[in-house]
Design a protein around this ligand. Structure first.
Ligand SMILES: [Zn+2]
Ligand SMILES: [Zn+2]
Length: 346
């Protein structure tokens, strides 16, 4: 795999927790992880101490809040560095990209193309396991200790294109997804992972042990690479429908519900949440859709007070949207449409 050279990969070994701020003696008043082995998946575990102690990289600031949340702030860039160049599809609808020829991509050099994505979000420190599951969406599903984001497997809302199976493509030693199973959206922002972020886990995990926490999903439950108790490789068949299970981890020796990213087959990432999560968070937040199927216009339509179908119709099919014509058709200002539209998709 030397053709996908990552630079700066040594940086991850120097990861240090930075600026962990506690809300006034909050932890002292909580029975954090004080329960014993009678814990079941249904008991809530306070994750604040483990979150505070995790190996967040230097570009991440973690603040433990008084309201049973923590705040994750990052510049969105992965601390482990990234490939020198990436294949950026000229037409994001032309998936799967593995079938595409070199002239269907631009080659962009990350030094010039990548840009920071300020992240500032609150995630619960009292995750609640529920029987019902909520599908993960395109866009962000969690945060990683490297400062980058965790996405699910897919590049399309219909879940037919798995990044790791269908979009692994190289032309002249340049890849769409890098050696760390990550890349940005097509506009160079929102670096994210679609598979085990090996640049993190190779530095973090210890042979013969359960993987260490590499991040947290937006429902508050921790996420790990594919080593279970004793360092055994765990695959999808040993996990529930959301690629999770209940058991001890290095940070939660009394047990907690947690997710495992896997390497054997899709889903490599997490297809659903088993924790309570609100609808807005579950929809991928501000980072929303990447490739294919067009952008998610539901929230834009809601903002504009029209139906999604009306908005789609007004924007017209094919080619760049005509905002002026859409504004006239919908009886709103052009600025209102531009403001309501989601960020460019990947
Ligand atoms: Zn992606
Ligand atoms: Zn486990």
């Amino acid at each position: 795999m030397n053709h996908r050279l990552l630079y700066g990969s040594a940086a991850v070994s120097a990861i240090t927790a930075l600026a962990v701020v506690y809300g006034a003696s909050h932890l002292g008043s909580q029975p954090a992880n004080a329960q014993t082995s009678e814990l079941t998946a249904y008991d809530s575990v306070n994750t604040a101490k483990a979150i505070a102690a995790a190996n967040w990289s230097e570009n991440v600031t973690i603040t433990i809040n008084d309201d049973d949340t923590f705040t994750y702030q990052s510049n969105g860039m992965p601390s482990h560095g990234f490939a020198e160049a990436y294949l950026i599809p000229k037409n994001v609808g032309s998936m799967p990209f593995s079938d595409n020829t070199v002239d269907e991509f631009d080659v962009e050099y990350s030094a010039e193309y990548f840009s920071e994505t300020p992240l500032d979000q609150d995630i619960t420190t009292l995750p609640i396991y529920i029987d019902a599951t909520t599908d993960t969406s395109l866009g962000q599903i969690g945060v990683a200790i490297s400062g980058a984001q965790i996405f699910n497997d897919y590049e399309d809302p219909g879940r037919t294109i798995a990044a790791m199976d269908d979009n692994i493509v190289f032309h002249d030693h340049v890849a769409f997804v890098d050696e760390c199973n990550g890349h940005t959206l097509v506009n160079g922002t929102n670096y994210h992972y679609h598979g085990i972020p090996t640049c993190i886990t190779e530095a973090l995990d210890v042979e013969g042990e359960h993987s260490y926490m590499l991040g947290v999903l937006v429902d508050g439950f921790p996420v790990y690479a594919n080593h279970d108790t004793g360092g055994e490789i765990i695959g999808d068949d040993a996990l529930d429908e959301c690629s999770g299970h209940f058991g001890p981890t290095p940070e939660f020796p009394d047990g907690i519900y947690h997710y495992h990213l896997t390497a054997d087959d899709a889903p490599y990432m997490i297809d659903c949440y088993h924790g309570e999560v609100d609808a807005e968070t579950a929809s991928g937040g501000a980072q929303n859709p990447e490739n294919g199927g067009g952008p998610d216009l539901s929230s834009a339509a809601e903002t504009l007070g029209v139906t999604e179908a009306e908005l789609l119709d007004a924007l017209g099919g094919g080619g760049p949207p005509d905002f002026a014509a859409a504004a006239t058709a919908l009886g709103v200002s052009e600025d209102a449409i531009r403001a309501a539209m989601p960020a460019p998709p990947n």
